[in-house]
Ligand binder design. Structure first.
Ligand SMILES: *Cc1c(COP(=O)(O)O)cnc(C)c1O
Length: 501
């Protein structure tokens, strides 16, 4: 909290805002530590722009804020932005509340998300729901966190007068979501590398049609791994990185997790009538960011029975929850599937859950990840940790191409609702774990319009485009083409920054 040194009430009369101030003063401060124990506690704003902690770990609250039954009751009636403020203000105590509210109100509008609900709940049948998280500018759930991140970044940079050059590599969703969130933002440039000609026409058009002067699409003559290698090489050049204020928006950013906590509450309220009910969430998972937010919501006290983790053929996480062995895959072992945003070889946010599972034992986390960083596995199956997994509500399953096509077809026939391939993986695994009397909320992570080919395969025709996306591929495109060469990319960044080398 900011320093409210004169928070007393004159003559014993307290206005409502005085009371709020006193309440905030009593609240303990929110500090962040690292999952590897090597970072002095920091405030939210101090970790906002940083990626990994200096010790290689991930930032996590010193303790999760918990909510009372009374608070949960009061929150039930709130609009999305009002709910987001209540939740975020428990994690952010070094941005004045009025500023935080303004940032949130500008991020979650009907204009940006197509509906004042932001995340509308669709009921397929009693007790079975889809939470619509994909109504943002790029038609995937990453917009929910990224839109907030864009405004938080700008707020922070306005205060310090700093600049930020976001450098990333994308094979689709994350890159375009970041570009749409950062477009037109003062002090921020986005340099996004993508493999030339390897993204779908829709994805390419979505990114390359942006004409904003602070957005730079760099198509690399190579594959996605070449793009990622260039980003790594630039990030490892500390002098260049510092001189050019290079930053990232990767999925380990804590602000992204917090933003995603909000819709677990929103979905819970929409699917229940009273707070004595429990629900389960099915979550199509890749880097463990989305479901990590569900874990945080549950730790805060949201009545979640099960967090149902769904993977595709790349089942590194399902394997862990079933067997206790976490065995990250190599790039060659990682399969290209028809739910491509879940094609991961290791799950970057997973460390946050393991930190909690070990009872916040940073030493143990360090041991586990020293194995992971050597390309090895770690195994908790013979330890008490394995039995503890169920205390955290996690269950899991995996899906594959045939299963997701059947699921898309089935859901369409039965409910006249069309889902995308990722959401289908979630539904497939979620339905396998469905329990009578426990509402099941499946998170929709993208719209079918993005994956026309698989939809065609499932139902015999292509999905409809949402309004405004009909002629996306005909729009003029703005991008440069570069060889898969670190120097070429550095030179380009340098020219745009107007710096001399
Ligand atoms: C990113 C993404 C996922 C995976 O989410 P994580 O937070 O990485 O687990 C699933 N579906 C879609 C469409 C995505 O873009």
């Amino acid at each position: 909290m900011a320093d409210h040194s004169n928070a007393g009430c004159d003559a014993g009369v307290c206005s409502r805002s005085d009371l709020a101030l006193l309440h905030n003063l009593r609240k303990s401060t929110m500090r962040y530590i690292s999952t590897r124990g090597g970072m002095p506690p920091k405030s939210f704003s101090e970790i906002l722009l940083s990626g990994l902690s200096p010790d290689g770990g991930l930032a996590i609250p010193e303790a999760y804020p918990t909510i009372t039954t009374a608070e949960l009751t009061a929150w039930r009636a709130l609009s999305y932005p009002a709910l987001a403020f209540e939740i975020l203000s428990r994690f952010v105590d070094d941005i004045p509340p009025a500023d935080l509210r303004d940032i949130i109100n500008r991020s979650y509008t009907a204009e940006i998300f197509g509906t004042p609900d932001i995340t509308p709940l669709k009921t397929l049948e009693p007790g079975l729901h889809i939470l619509g998280l994909s109504n943002g500018p790029t038609l995937a759930f990453k917009d929910i966190a990224m839109q907030l991140l864009g405004n938080l970044f700008q707020y922070q940079l306005d205060k310090t007068g700093d600049e930020l050059n976001i450098l990333g590599a994308t094979s689709g969703d994350t890159g375009s979501s970041a570009e749409y969130a950062m477009r037109g933002k003062r002090g921020i440039r986005v340099f996004m590398l993508s493999p030339l000609g390897k993204m779908s026409r829709f994805q390419t058009a979505q990114m390359f049609s942006l004409q904003d002067r602070n957005i730079f699409n760099i198509a690399i003559r190579g594959v996605f791994d070449d793009c990622q290698d260039i980003v790594k090489a630039v990030s490892n050049d500390h002098a260049f990185k510092q001189a050019h204020r290079i930053g990232t928006v990767n999925s380990i950013n804590w602000a992204r997790i917090v933003a995603q906590v909000v819709y677990y509450f929103k979905g819970y309220f929409a699917a229940t009538k009273t707070n004595d009910q429990q629900v389960s969430f099915a979550v199509p998972s890749g880097n463990f960011g989305n479901i990590c937010a569900g874990h945080v919501a549950r730790m805060m006290g949201l009545p979640i029975k099960h967090l149902i983790l769904a993977t595709n053929e790349n089942d590194v996480l399902d394997e862990f929850f079933r067997t206790g062995v976490y065995r990250p895959r190599t790039t060659i072992e990682t399969r290209h599937t028809s739910s491509p945003s879940m094609d991961i070889s290791k799950a970057s946010n997973f460390e946050r859950f393991i930190f909690d599972l070990t009872g916040r034992n940073a030493l143990q986390v360090r041991e586990f990840w020293s194995a992971v960083e050597k390309g090895n596995a770690f195994d908790v199956s013979q330890t008490p940790l394995f039995a503890k997994i169920k205390d955290y509500g996690f269950v899991s399953g995996s899906s594959n191409h045939a299963a997701r096509i059947v699921t898309i077809r089935d859901i369409h026939q039965r409910y006249q609702v069309l889902v995308d391939t990722h959401t289908a993986d979630g539904l497939k695994v979620g339905l396998a774990h469905r329990e009578t009397g426990v509402p099941l909320i499946c998170l929709e992570t993208a719209l079918p319009a993005k994956f026309a080919e698989s939809i065609q395969e499932a139902i015999g025709h292509e999905p409809e485009r949402p309004a405004g996306f009909e002629h996306l591929e005909d729009l003029p495109q703005r991008f440069v083409v570069k060889d898969a060469d670190v120097t070429a990319v550095k030179n380009f960044i340098d020219e745009q920054c107007g710096l001399s080398t």
